[in-house]
Design a protein around this ligand. Structure first.
Ligand code: CAP
Ligand code: MG
Length: 414
């Protein structure tokens, strides 16, 4: 008879500790029952296909099993034998591969994964995770802060570094490149690295605080490795990678290199919304965050709990997963960014807690009195929150914050 789609459906099956368990939301195509669609999801994402196979031996032990159906949500268990340990592209080619385009469903979304220890331990995980706060900045009681010079691209190297210097003096911890700034002629990577780190050193001397720089190394994999080495050589503690556009394979290779230098990885997720924006299709940000943690990012953008300018998916739930126990894998420091300004911080921190990195670009460089004043306003709002003061109390003592509240209030920009 041979293996058919029906062999991949067993609603009595109990997943084992070795199985990778995935939750999908599916919309079966017209004329297709949920059971039929579920069996096709399990089959096509493991080792089945549309024809009843006659190729001899029984391969069902490597086949996935659709084991639960609850409305439009199905559970699929994948045996460990299907996967190459430590190879994330291979795993994603299974659980988020061809099934995304199957006619058996009008839409399908990979919502969540439960990762077995065998797979988790085959990846490096983060080198630092949220301990970057303490290990790099010596702080554990407040969020660390970052700023992206704006406009996103176009500033010269000199202006870029100067904006960083003004922000560092104002109390910001991290200068950060924008996701689309790499090695363009108007602001070359090598010059930007040298000049920004030089002003970083000055800012440390003047403030007595540790400062750092999230320089964007995104490029082809070999170029990323060369740039990581350059940053290490010049005393940088971090590199930033656009993890979705650079790709999981590139990220995995960069992770091995940053470990050699004891450096941290800041993960920007530009293009994530192409996967996760539609609630009925694609791959959820929750799963993208899970993959990022296994591959070893230390900081990852996870949204602003709905307060900023960008659409967010469950920031708090994703952050909780990134802090959660995972067979000894380090946690990940969430990054809240996108349309933030000081007036939004009390609500944000009430939602996320203070074990977080907060990035303000427009919220600092759009301050009526300029970058330094914008940075002072941010830092005062953060310190005041940690001390339990209301933002108005802090604004009464900090004119720069009063000006920011006057300008932006507590409104979400659109
Ligand atoms: C924010 C930002 C970040 C986004 C990324 C931007 O600038 O630099 O890239 O926050 O989105 O280019 O929009 P502003 P997310 O602070 O000026 O808004 O954090 O959701 O991944
Ligand atoms: Mg940006």
């Amino acid at each position: 008879m041979g293996i058919t789609y029906e062999d991949f459906l067993d609603l009595d099956y109990e997943p084992t500790d070795e199985d990778l368990v995935c939750t999908f939301r599916i919309d079966p195509a017209t004329g297709m029952t949920t059971e039929e669609a579920a069996s096709r999801v399990a089959s096509e994402s493991s080792n089945g296909t549309w024809a009843a196979l006659q190729t001899g031996a029984d391969f069902t032990d490597m086949g996935a099993t659709a084991f639960s159906i609850d409305g439009d949500t199905i559970g699929v268990a994948y045996p460990a034998g299907l996967f190459e340990p430590g190879n994330m592209p291979q795993i994603l080619s299974c659980i988020a591969g061809n099934i995304m385009g199957m006619k058996a469903v009008d839409s399908i979304r990979l919502m969540d994964c439960e990762w077995p220890e065998t797979i988790v331990s085959s990846f490096d995980g983060p080198l630092f995770g949220s301990s970057v706060r303490e290990e790099i900045f010596g702080v554990d009681d407040r969020p660390i802060t970052a700023t992206v010079p704006k406009p996103k691209v176009g500033l010269s190297t000199k202006s870029h570094a100067q904006v960083g210097y003004d922000a560092w003096l104002g109390g910001v911890d991290l200068l950060k490149d924008d996701e689309n700034l790499t090695d363009q002629d108007f602001n070359p990577f090598a010059d930007r690295l040298t000049e920004s780190l030089a002003l970083r050193d000055d800012a440390e001397d003047e403030t007595g605080e540790k400062k750092s720089y999230l320089i964007n190394v995104t490029a082809d994999t070999q170029t990323m490795l060369d740039r990581v080495d350059e940053v290490a050589e010049q005393g940088g503690e971090y590199v930033m990678v656009d993890i979705i556009t650079a790709g999981w394979a590139g990220l995995q290779t960069v992770r091995e290199r940053t470990e050699k230098h004891g450096m941290a990885i800041h993960a920007h997720r530009a293009m994530h919304a192409a996967f996760d924006r539609m609630p009925t299709h694609g791959v959820s940000m929750r799963v993208l965050a899970q993959v990022s943690r296994l591959l070893g990012v230390d900081q990852l953008h996870t949204g602003t709990a709905g307060l900023g300018k960008l659409a967010n998916e469950d920031t708090v739930g994703i952050n909780e997963w990134m802090y959660s126990d995972l067979y000894g894998t380090a946690d990940v420091l969430p990054v809240a960014s996108g349309g933030l300004h000081p007036g939004l911080l009390p609500d944000l921190l009430d939602a996320t807690g203070t074990n977080i990195c907060i990035q303000l670009g427009g919220g600092i460089h759009g301050h009526p009195d300029g970058t330094h004043a914008g940075a002072v306003a941010l830092r005062a709002a953060i310190d005041g929150y940690v001390e339990g003061k209301s933002i108005q109390e802090v604004a009464d003592e900090t004119p720069e914050l009063a000006v920011a509240l006057d300008k932006w209030g507590t409104e979400t920009p659109r």
